[in-house]
Design a protein around this ligand. Structure first.
Ligand code: AMP
Length: 188
């Protein structure tokens, strides 16, 4: 099964994806993580995108679309992918569908984690220095939240129309969310 998980930055989609990946033997494909690795490894691409990411904006569709095809086309990951942080806008959602079609796959459902901006800011303040990322300041968090909100509406409609959307209350505890998502997957 392939699934999409999305929510504002700081909603816990990374934590949830990694939990589901382990439990159901799926592969967590986080575009944010792939991009951060490019920056960490100081690659040519990394140098190009670091200021965009650190300012809370999105990198170009072409760039992320290119990154994910490598995984969709690889038989190791076939029908086993959790798309974490992708798609972020309508163009990416359509591209993901096209790519999956090309490799005879599909999305089984799209999970939307809902969390308020107040909660996100509270969580960032509680994160210890060790866990902090470079794009983790309160000001950047607000910018990332706004960028997310602006772009995600059309993605929500896209999955709603295809009857694939499941909304999860991301304000609940990590364990509660874990069980809700597990129950959903087990019902498929
Ligand atoms: P994330 O870890 O998902 O919060 O992503 C961190 C940052 O990487 C985002 O703020 C964007 O700058 C960039 N990014 C991650 N995924 C995407 C995507 N699907 N499209 C464009 N930019 C992305």
């Amino acid at each position: 099964m392939n699934l999409v998980i999305f929510g504002p930055p700081g909603a816990g989609k990374g934590t949830q994806s990694s939990f589901i990946a382990k439990k159901f033997n799926l592969y967590q494909l986080s575009t944010g993580e792939l991009l951060r690795n490019e920056i960490k490894n100081n690659t040519k691409l990394g140098k190009k995108i670091s200021s965009i990411i650190n300012s809370g904006n999105l990198v170009s569709n072409e760039l992320v679309d290119g990154l994910i095809e490598k995984y969709i086309s690889d038989r190791t990951y076939q029908n086993k992918i959790i798309f974490d942080g992708y798609p972020r806008n309508l163009i990416q959602a359509q591209n993901l569908n096209d790519l999956l079609n090309k490799y005879n796959q599909k999305i089984h459902f799209a999970l939307r984690l809902t969390v308020s901006l107040d909660t996100i800011i509270k969580r960032i303040k509680e994160r210890s220095t060790l866990e902090k990322r470079e794009d983790d300041s309160e000001e950047i968090a607000i910018k990332r939240y706004k960028t997310y909100e602006k772009n995600i509406k059309s993605v929500i409609d896209f999955y709603k129309q295809s009857n694939l959307l499941k909304v999860i209350n991301g304000e609940a505890s990590i364990i509660e969310i874990n069980s809700e998502i597990s129950a959903l997957i087990e019902s498929i």
